[in-house]
Design a protein around this ligand. Structure first.
Ligand code: 6PG
Length: 228
């Protein structure tokens, strides 16, 4: 089945500080446009450590937080308050500091275990046909969210929206991830990529090597913010 081609715009910054400032500005711009367009803004947050500085900058964002809806691209199957939870990183760095109604923040219930959490989150996403903005990171092996090389990515259009991941190479092994197909149902996608360790993954990506990041194919362009 021929999938939509991915069209990337590569943006290089001097360091993570500059990348983070640009990332935060892009998020706020996307929110302004979505709220003006249809009165609300749906965003999917990236996990890992790279987005932390962007999230901290978002605390002082000039926006109507009551219009925001927050989802997560993936989550580790750990207790809710575990320090390695993506939801905890986002809360501590950003969401606990702004007035987004808690009912509009949708963490993945990964503490339920991969299969149960994936089924529950698929129901949560059923009411969101298209995200306004999807944020993603990139692993040194080319993974994104919890979609890893050699594993299921759910790239086909009829793939399930949320995948149970049982043997992730990046600990913890049990995770929950939106599928590549579901992550691609977005008006905008922005990758935040920091650290020389990602150079080879980016080179592979730019050479068209079939890595999970390449399977994120929204109708529009994909913006990739790099600090190398
Ligand atoms: C996770 C993330 C994962 C992350 C990349 C990059 O749960 O681990 O979703 O996809 O974005 O591994 O991680 P860093 O930003 O920490 O390099």
């Amino acid at each position: 089945m021929q999938l939509r081609p991915q069209i990337c715009r590569w943006h290089t910054y001097t360091n993570l500080d500059e990348l983070s400032r640009a990332g935060a500005q892009r998020i706020l711009h996307s929110a302004r446009e979505a709220i003006a367009r249809n009165g609300r803004f749906s965003i999917v947050l990236a996990g890992g450590s790279t987005p932390r500085q962007v999230y901290e900058l978002m605390r002082t964002g000039d926006t109507d937080w009551s219009r925001w809806q927050v989802f997560f691209g993936d989550e580790r199957c750990l207790p809710v308050d575990h320090p390695e939870r993506n939801s905890r990183m986002a809360a501590e760095s950003w969401l606990d500091h702004v007035a987004i109604p808690s009912a509009l923040i949708h963490p993945i219930p990964a503490e339920l275990g991969p299969q149960q959490a994936a089924a529950a989150y698929a129901k949560t996403l059923a009411s969101v046909p298209e995200f306004d903005l999807v944020l993603l990171g990139l692993g040194e092996d080319g993974h994104t969210a919890s979609l890893f090389p050699g594993h299921a990515w759910g790239a086909e259009p009829d793939s399930p929206p949320v995948l149970a991941v049982l043997d992730a190479p990046k600990p913890p092994p049990q995770r929950v991830s939106l599928s590549a197909s579901r992550l691609s149902r977005a008006r905008e996608v922005m990758f935040l990529v920091s650290g020389a360790g990602k150079r080879q993954a980016v080179a592979d990506w730019q050479a068209g090597k079939n890595i999970p990041a390449l399977a994120i194919t929204p109708p529009g362009e994909v913006d990739v913010l790099l600090d190398f």
